[in-house]
Design a protein around this ligand. Structure first.
Ligand SMILES: Cc1cc2nc3c(=O)[nH]c(=O)nc-3n(C[C@H](O)[C@H](O)[C@H](O)COP(=O)(O)OP(=O)(O)OC[C@H]3O[C@@H](n4cnc5c(N)ncnc54)[C@H](O)[C@@H]3O)c2cc1C
Length: 493
C-alpha cells in the first residue's frame, strides 16, 4: 500500500484499539471528514483493550474498566457526543468498605486517594496510635522543593506512619494502578497534592485539606462521582468504532515503525503473517512496552522514555451468585482488601485485592436470578497471579469471599479475565519520562502518541490524550493539504 492518493485524501494509521485508539480514531474522523482513510491496527482479535463486557448469569458485567469519573468532562462528553446519554447509569448509595487489620469498616470518604485533610477523617479505620501518628504529621518539618517527586508510600510512612499507608493509601492505589504505594510517585498519582505542596502547603495533611476544600461542591448536595453505561462499557467501544468508520485490522500487531520519504511505514506481523501499511501519519495508542518497541528505530529517546514505564498485570474474576445467597452479602458496594490481610488460615493471606458487589453497586446490574460479584487480583510484581489456572483463581476468590462475608454459595456462572501488562506504573519521575517522550514525538511531523501510559490511567485521562493526539495529527494533515493546494494539488503522491 502506498500513500499516493489524490490531494485532500489522507491516510492515517491508529495503532491500538483500546479506548485511547478508538477515541482518537473517532476524533480524527470528526476533524478530517468522511474522505480520510483511517486504518485501525489492533494486535489482538478484538477492539476495546481494557474495556470488555461479558454476559454472566444473563447480566452484563464489565471485566475490565467498569466506570468512569464524572468530575472530569472527557468521558461524559464523549458518551453524550455519541448519543449514548440515555444509557448513562450512576451507582446506588451503597458505600464501599475496606478490610484491614482484621476488620471491615466503611471506607473514609474525605480523603485524596487515602490522604486525609485531618486525622479525625481516618479515625474509624486506624488504631488510636495510628490516628495519633497521622495527627502529628503537620508538626514534622517538611523538606519539599517545588517540582520534586517522591514515592507516595515512602514519604507518607516517614511522616504519618505505616498504618495510614497499609490500611488505606496502598489498597486505594492498588485498586487504581494495581501498584504499591511505596513504588508509585506522588506527582503523577496525586497531582493536586503535589501542586499544593509546590505552592507552599506546610504538610501533606494541609495539602490534602486544600485539595478537598477546592473539590467540595458548593451546592452541597451529593452528586455521583462515577458513571457507567447500561449494557456495559463495550457499548462505548462499539459506538466509537461505528462513528469513527475505521478499517480495523485485527490480529496483526504492529512490529516496527519507520519514516518514509512522505510519511510512515508500519510493519505488522504475527508468527505466520506479515504486512505493511504506508500512511501519511501515525497515532500510537499502545501500552508502554509496545511504544518502546515501535519507537526504538525512529525515535530512540522517546523509546527509552517509554521503557521507564513498567506495567502491572491483574485479573478479574466474576461470580454469578444465586440471588438468595447474594442477598446475604453486606449492604455495601464492595470491599477493598489491604495487602497481606490474613484469611482464615493466617499463613495464607487473602488473594483478592478488591470485591465489587456489582448487583449492589449498580441497580441496572440486578436480576431476579443472580447477584454478580466482581473480584480483582494482582498487584505489580505479582505476575504469578496470572499463571494460576482459572479454576484455581475462582476457588481462591470464593474462599476469600467466604472469609470476608460468610457467603459460601456455589456460583451459577463464573468468568475469568486476565489483563497482562494492563496497567502502567507511575513511578516517581513519571512525568519527566512522559515529557521526554512527548518532546521527542513533537519533533516528528505526522506522529502522535496517546494512552494510559501518559497522563492518567482513568478513561477520561485516556480520552484527553486521544483527543490531543488526534488534533495534532489533523492539524498536521490540514497543513499538508493546504500546502498541497498551494502547490497545485500533488503533495503526498
Ligand atoms: C482490570 C482493569 C480495571 C480498570 N478499571 C477502571 C475503571 O473502572 N475506570 C477507569 O477509568 N479506568 C479503569 N481502568 C483503567 C483503564 O481501563 C485503562 O487505563 C484504559 O482502558 C487504557 O486504554 P488504552 O487504550 O490507553 O490502552 P489499552 O486498553 O491497553 O489498549 C491498548 C490496545 O493496544 C493493543 N496493542 C498492544 N500492542 C499492540 C501492537 N504492537 N500493535 C497493535 N495493537 C497493539 C492492545 O491489544 C490493546 O487493545 C482499569 C484497567 C484494568 C486493566
Amino acid at each position: 500500500m502506498s500513500s499516493a492518493e489524490p490531494s485532500g485524501v489522507r491516510r492515517v494509521a491508529v495503532v491500538g484499539g483500546g479506548i485511547s485508539g478508538l477515541a482518537a480514531a473517532y476524533r480524527l474522523r470528526t476533524l478530517l471528514g468522511p474522505a480520510a482513510e483511517i486504518v485501525l491496527v489492533e494486535g489482538s482479535r478484538r477492539l476495546g483493550g481494557a474495556l470488555r463486557t461479558v454476559e454472566l448469569g444473563g447480566v452484563a458485567l464489565d471485566v475490565g474498566a467498569e466506570a468512569f469519573l464524572l468530575r472530569r468532562p472527557e468521558a461524559l462528553g464523549l458518551v453524550e457526543e455519541l448519543g449514548l446519554g440515555a444509557q448513562l447509569r450512576y451507582p446506588t448509595p451503597a458505600a464501599p468498605t475496606v478490610r484491614s487489620g482484621g476488620r471491615t469498616v466503611a471506607l473514609p470518604t474525605r480523603t485524596v486517594l487515602g490522604l486525609p485533610g485531618a486525622a479525625a477523617d481516618v479515625a474509624g479505620l486506624l488504631s488510636a496510635p495510628g490516628v495519633a501518628r497521622v495527627a502529628e504529621e503537620p508538626t514534622v518539618p517538611l523538606r519539599w522543593e517545588p517540582g520534586q517527586d517522591a514515592a507516595v508510600g515512602v514519604l507518607l510512612r516517614e511522616r504519618a506512619g505505616d498504618e495510614l499507608v497499609d490500611r488505606l493509601v496502598d489498597p486505594l492505589l492498588g485498586g487504581v494502578y494495581a501498584g504499591r504505594a511505596d513504588a508509585l510517585g506522588l506527582r503523577a498519582t496525586l497531582p493536586a497534592v503535589a501542586t499544593a505542596l509546590d505552592r507552599g502547603a506546610g504538610s501533606l495533611l494541609a495539602a490534602a485539606s486544600t485539595v478537598l476544600s477546592v473539590s467540595r461542591r458548593p451546592s452541597g448536595g451529593p452528586s455521583p462521582v462515577f458513571g457507567t453505561l447500561h449494557g456495559g462499557l463495550s457499548g462505548l467501544v462499539d459506538a466509537l468504532a461505528a462513528a469513527a468508520a475505521v478499517r480495523p485490522r485485527l490480529g496483526l500487531p504492529a512490529r516496527g515503525l519507520a519514516r518514509t520519504a512522505d510519511g510512515w511505514r508500519l510493519r505488522l506481523g504475527s508468527t505466520t503473517q506479515t504486512a505493511h501499511v504506508d500512511v501519511d501519519a501515525v497515532l500510537l495508542a499502545v501500552p508502554a512496552p509496545a511504544l518502546r518497541r515501535l519507537l526504538a528505530d525512529p525515535l530512540p529517546i522517546a523509546s527509552a522514555a517509554a521503557a521507564r514505564v513498567e506495567v502491572a498485570s491483574c485479573a478479574v474474576v466474576g461470580l454469578a451468585l444465586p440471588l438468595a445467597a447474594g442477598q446475604a452479602l453486606p449492604e455495601a458496594s464492595g470491599v477493598l482488601v489491604a495487602a497481606g490481610e490474613p484469611s482464615k488460615k493466617p499463613e495464607k493471606p487473602l488473594s483478592v485485592k478488591a470485591f465489587t458487589f456489582s448487583g449492589r453497586k449498580w441497580a441496572h446490574a440486578r436480576s431476579e436470578r443472580v447477584l454478580l460479584v466482581r473480584a480483582s487480583l494482582g498487584r505489580h510484581g505479582e505476575a504469578r497471579v496470572l499463571r494460576r489456572e482459572d479454576a484455581e483463581l475462582i476457588d481462591a476468590v470464593r474462599a476469600d469471599l467466604a472469609a470476608l462475608t460468610g457467603v459460601t454459595a456455589v456460583p451459577v456462572g463464573t468468568v475469568v479475565a486476565r489483563w497482562g501488562g494492563g496497567l502502567p506504573q507511575y513511578a516517581p519521575g513519571h512525568l519527566d519520562a512522559v515529557a521526554a517522550l512527548e518532546r521527542d514525538v513533537a519533533g516528528s511531523a505526522g506522529l502522535a502518541v496517546a494512552g494510559a501510559t501518559l497522563h492518567g490511567v482513568g478513561l477520561p485521562a485516556c480520552i484527553a490524550t486521544a483527543d490531543a493526539a488526534a488534533r495534532r495529527i489533523a492539524g498536521y494533515l490540514t497543513g499538508v493539504n493546504a500546502a498541497a493546494e498551494a502547490h497545485g494539488g500533488t503533495m503526498g503522491s
